[in-house]
Design a binder for this molecule. Structure first.
Ligand SMILES: [Mg+2]
Length: 278
């Protein structure tokens, strides 16, 4: 486990943040009230006021943990990299809203995604937390201890072909080459709009696979990749070793996940068919 708070203490902080975020969404109940911007975040996307408000709820919890004497580096989509305490090694990787466009458009599938890592690579993530605000489900993965949804352990089922594949970041021009490769391998394509949710769902066998058609940031994937792998699913960051996939805001990844290695290989092949993935 990374230096710092216990897993339970981290989860308590994340759950408090979720409760505050639910109030933010209640107080912004229309597309109009959620469509207010304030500049560009460190992750490179336009920042919505609700992105910043949701991020503030997480940072309030991090400040409490720091006041308890814990040291860590926060890497967050809007604020960027923020150090708490002296010479921290633990990293907290935060996407305050994964699926901001869904949240803005009043579509329920969006999530809070937070990963806690002992170092600066995907392979060092020790706790993955994804809260999905539509159904209100909490996905947690703990390194070496499996994955849970609302406290109940789950494992990835053995695949039997791909009935459902989730396609994320679905820019129309990129969908065509991917669809051509998937034709004959996938029965239906879904576009949920939150990478963290899609990948967590692969872990739970709700989707047989998922892929991005545009490279994602580490904040989108850090938590769910552990949840999916702890459940037994397979995840690929462009063929990189997990220890070589950094947890920062600069690197972008073509991400894929599947219930079986064979299906993951098909999804990676579909990504490779995109001409200009960046
Ligand atoms: Mg976001």
């Amino acid at each position: 486990m990374p230096e710092g708070p216990s897993v339970e203490r981290w989860l308590q902080a994340f759950r408090r943040s979720v409760e505050k975020q639910k109030l933010i969404f209640e107080q912004h109940p229309t597309i109009e009230s959620r469509t207010a911007y304030e500049g560009i975040g460190e992750g490179g996307d336009n920042t919505l006021v609700i992105d910043r408000m949701c991020e503030d709820t997480v940072f309030a919890e991090l400040e409490t943990l720091a006041a308890e004497g814990h040291a860590f580096i926060a890497v967050s989509e809007e604020r960027g990299t923020v150090e708490f305490g002296d010479s921290p090694s633990t990293r907290v990787v935060i996407d305050p809203i994964d699926g901001s466009v869904n949240a803005r458009r009043m579509i329920p599938a969006h999530s809070l995604s937070i990963a806690v890592a002992s170092g600066d690579s995907m392979g060092e993530v020790a706790v993955g937390y994804v809260y999905e605000f539509g159904k209100g489900e909490e996905f947690v993965g703990v390194l070496g201890q499996g994955a849970r949804v609302d406290g109940v352990e789950f494992t990835t089922p053995e695949g039997d072909g791909m009935e459902l594949v989730a396609m994320e970041a679905g820019k129309p021009s990129r969908v065509i080459p991917v669809a051509e490769v998937l034709d004959g391998h996938a029965y239906r394509i879904r576009s949920p709009g939150s990478i963290a949710i899609s990948l967590s769902y692969v872990g739970a066998g709700r989707y047989d696979g998922m892929l991005t058609t545009r490279p994602c940031r580490s904040v989108d994937a850090a938590a769910a990749q552990l949840i999916a792998r702890e459940a037994g699913a397979f995840v690929a960051f462009e063929g990189l070793e997990l220890s070589n996939a950094p947890l920062d805001l600069e690197r972008r990844y073509q991400l894929a996940g599947a219930c079986t290695e064979g299906d993951l290989e098909i999804l990676s092949r579909a990504q490779a068919a995109i001409e200009n993935p960046a």
